[in-house]
Design a protein around this ligand. Structure first.
Ligand code: BES
Ligand code: MN
Ligand code: ZN
Length: 493
């Protein structure tokens, strides 16, 4: 989508679709200007009562002059700023409505949309993000897709001259986050036969070829074996696809400043291995690389924004398959750290690839490491599909992430850790087992990872419930790209 910011009178807009906010009891400036130009027609329409004034509702009027359509956005009863939850509904509803408009462009009077304690920049950014999200299509495998033929291609954001810079800043940010998020969605949506570890490695290399500030290094299985990454390699052992450890190095901050490492779980397909999963909905395990996809999305966004930060985007990519060469339950492997692991369940493979990558991350002397993983079904039970699980060995880092999640409207919730939980991983035969029993599965998975993340502040985002949606709208969500970009922005303030 193309966005432009313009400062001129709302009632003079020659546009196919003019979007203005309205309250039940009063008309904000833009709506009032239109009402007086139309000699009260707008008030008359509102009095007819077809528009419910709860945010998320809207009413399209299919005539006007000089505009062709007028879309009235409900913002509540009284002339008071909306809550963030109300605004989120409004933004998503608006984006959905715009999708059904058969015209090339639209104009939104952003000025009158207000949210308690949030700036015009923040509001614009989220409107733009909502539009980028709604207009996304994944149709590359559909022969009859009429991609891009119809619909809105350009949106003009109307703002007062005094707010134009803030609205422009919000637009730039919203586009970078929205596009980064859509890149993550596309990688997630790609099927396992196409998006395998080598495919992800090629994507990372091609990103580095396009941007001089990015350098990509890729370790193959032979190189990982030399480093002693037997835990990671035990996961790809049963697959015809070789594993890859991908490092995208973005050095755009102070020279010598410690980097932040983002590490994504990149299981390009998770059958469970010998501890095989039931077949129902197993197709959704192509999404088991959505953590990796979010790292790609964030790298794209920070390149776009030219953020002055040092960030290493790491991806531990492997495919988890059963075969005569696959790991068996009971196998014991020695991780790169030297710690031994009894693999009691080959379906708890995410932690097995991540632990070696966490050890490898020490080489970057990171300021902090954040891993992003579709790690446990237990997280879906605990938090559902709305909230990402957050676990950390450092409360300051956890708080920073929770604040970022809040600003980005990309929710997260912290879960506890501790020795009592870590003891659930005790093994009779090795330093630890790779599963912690039937209770607190999200926490014991994090406790496993924490054993490999002792050298730096570390946080873990379990996105098993938030990375994709099932059902009719099945597809990757691109979460938590907004949270992570926001985290980097907040750190950089
Ligand atoms: N990728 C799955 C987790 C998952 C399951 C994410 C369902 C989203 C939906 C992970 O590799 C896995 O299989 N975890 C096991 C761990 C268990 C064996 C301890 C799980 O959650 O069942
Ligand atoms: Mn698994
Ligand atoms: Zn998995």
């Amino acid at each position: 989508m193309e966005f432009v910011v313009k400062s001129s009178a709302v009632e003079k807009q020659k546009t196919a679709c003019l979007v203005v906010g309205v309250y039940k009891k009063t008309l904000p400036a833009s709506a009032a200007a239109i009402d007086s130009l139309t000699e009260g027609q707008l008030s008359t329409v509102l009095r007819q009562g077809d528009l419910e004034f709860k945010p998320g509702h809207s009413l399209m009027l299919h005539s006007g002059n000089p505009w062709e359509r007028l879309l009235l956005l409900a913002m509540g009863d009284n002339d008071t700023p909306m809550s963030e939850a109300e605004f989120k509904k409004l933004a998503n509803d608006l984006a959905g409505k715009l999708k059904s408009v058969n015209a090339r462009e639209a104009t939104i009077a952003v000025e009158d949309i207000t949210v308690a304690d949030r700036s015009p920049e923040w509001i614009t950014r989220h409107l733009v993000e909502a539009v980028e999200y709604a207009f996304y299509q994944f149709s590359q495998f559909k022969n009859d897709a009429a991609e891009g033929a119809k619909g809105i291609k350009k949106i003009t954001l109307l703002a007062d001259r005094k707010n134009a810079d803030a609205v422009k800043a919000g637009m730039t940010l919203g586009q970078a986050i929205g596009i980064g998020r859509n890149i993550a969605r596309t990688l997630g949506n790609l099927p396992g036969n196409i998006c395998h570890p080598t495919y992800l490695a090629e994507e990372a290399k091609s990103l580095a070829r396009q941007h001089t500030k990015l350098a990509t290094k890729v370790l193959n299985e032979k190189q990982m074996a030399e480093l002693g990454m037997s835990s990671l390699l035990s996961v790809s052992a049963g697959s015809g696809q070789e594993a890859r450890l991908i490092c995208m190095e973005f050095k755009n901050g102070k020279r010598g400043a410690k980097p932040l490492v983002l590490l994504g779980k990149g299981i390009t397909f998770d059958t469970g291995g010998i501890s095989i999963k039931p077949s129902a909905n197993m197709d959704e395990m192509k999404f088991d690389m959505c953590g990796a996809a979010s790292v790609f999305g964030v790298m794209n966004a920070i390149i776009q924004l030219d953020l002055p930060v040092n960030v290493i985007g790491m991806v531990a990519a492997a495919e988890n398959m059963p075969s005569g060469r696959a790991s068996r339950p009971g196998d014991i492997v020695t991780s790169m750290s030297g710690k031994t692991i009894e693999i009691l369940n080959t379906d708890a493979e995410g932690r097995l690839v991540l632990c070696d990558a966490l050890t490898y991350a020490e080489r970057y002397k990171p300021e902090a490491v954040i891993d992003i993983a579709t790690l446990t079904g237990a997280c879906v039970v605990a938090l559902g599909h709305h909230t990402t699980g957050l676990l950390s060995n450092n409360d300051d880092l956890a708080t920073e992430l929770l604040n970022a999640a809040n600003d980005a409207m990309d929710r997260a919730w912290q879960l506890p850790m501790g020795d009592e939980y870590t003891r659930q991983l005790d093994s009779n035969f090795a330093d630890m087992a790779n599963i912690g029993g039937p209770t607190a599965g999200t926490i014991t998975a994090a406790c496993f990872l924490a054993k490999f993340a002792e050298a730096y502040p570390w946080a873990h985002l379990d996105i098993a419930g938030t990375a994709w949606v099932s059902g009719k709208e099945k597809g990757a969500t691109g979460r938590p790209v907004p949270m992570l970009v926001q985290f980097l922005l907040n750190r950089n303030k």
